[in-house]
Design a protein around this ligand. Sequence first.
Ligand code: SAH
Length: 245
Amino acid sequence: MPQRHLRDAAADAARLTAPSGLGLDSSHVRRRMVQRLQQAGVHDERVLQALAEVPRHEFVDSALAIQAYEDTSLPIGHGQTISKPSVVGRMIAILMGGAAANRLGNLGKVLEIGTGCGYQAAVLDRLARQVVSIERLRPLHDKAHANLQALKLTKIRLVYGDGRLGHSGSAPFDSIIAAAGGDDLPPAWLAQLAPGGRLVAPMVAPGGKGQVLVVVDHVVEGGVGRYVRSEFEAVHFVPLKSGVL
Ligand code: SAH
């Protein structure tokens, strides 16, 4: 982040800790965060609006709330992190560009793998018809449930389970987004991606060095479906693991 943005972020953090009117101040601080994300390359207005609406500080420990509107990942317990707002914005903007999302004018039915604290699910809620979000760690699943209930979001279904299996009962999905990266794309995700649907996920780069964002489109032409895969920039996500805990 350029120096000026760092200074802005520090000033905003100070505002969040100010004793007066946290609610009002936090929406101001959030708008400033969105302006910085815009300057950092997130341009989709609908995504920026959704990021401006979700109170990220309510998804992290109160001790970390002052950092909630900096563009940084933060610990949420159990060795996991809430993703950077710019990465959440970037991935959702990529999903908005999928064929099904273009046709529907929104993300349609979304599968999220890795609920974590529920922040990204709350952003998705504003842009989707329905969100199914899976988490393999019970304490985080419960925490997300409490966080989202407080915001009275009704389009999100939280599932405790292994997200590598997707959620066949709710498939097919117009959009699939993973918040944890593995060595491969689980076959269930592709099988559950609707025609015209788009998937975005971090994945270990070929050669095993770091992760990249992978995008897969389920293209159908002349009644024949195929998966078109592209790779984007380097990213850093927690590992996608198997089974539940
Ligand atoms: N979107 C989250 C980010 C959470 S970090 C947020 O906004 O807070 C990624 C999460 O993926 C972690 O909570 C981790 O436990 C979870 N995860 C890793 N492998 C998984 C799997 N196979 N199924 C479901 N969740 C998984």
